[in-house]
Design a protein. Structure first.
Length: 131
């Protein structure tokens, strides 16, 4: 492989390498969430934009960007899960809806995996801990 088009596989490898693969998983962006889910071999992810779980995206009006942004939806998911959760977002989310400073005590960036072809196929992994 000369150039990496999508960082989904490398992002799944990062999650496994950091021993996070068994934690509840949430993602923003249809292709981001679904691609990483497939590479992890898991059958469910919480789609932050539609605020619902499943193995695939349901293409309806609810799947659009979460009201109030991705991070409030991530907090609601984390609070309901009762433990740390893994959040996967693409570069567009990081640039357009960065995590608010108020989350810094409980949100940690694990790392980002870069696409060498399509910048928006660059994915970042966060762990959101308890309050």
């Amino acid at each position: 492989l000369q150039y990496r088009f999508s960082a989904a596989g490398a992002t799944a490898d990062l999650i496994r390498r950091e021993h996070l693969a068994t934690l509840p998983l949430a993602g923003s962006g249809d292709t981001t969430a679904t691609n990483v889910l497939a590479h992890l071999g898991r059958d469910e992810i919480f789609y932050l934009d539609g605020e619902r779980s499943g193995p695939y995206v349901v293409y309806d009006a609810k799947r659009r960007r979460a009201p109030g942004g991705v991070w409030p939806a991530a907090v609601r998911f984390g609070d309901r899960s009762g433990g740390p959760v893994v959040i996967v977002v693409d570069l567009m989310v990081v640039n357009e809806d960065p995590p608010p400073a108020s989350l810094q005590p409980r949100l940690s960036l694990v790392g980002c995996e870069e696409s060498q072809v399509v910048p928006l196929e660059t994915y970042c992994v966060f762990v959101l801990g308890l309050r």
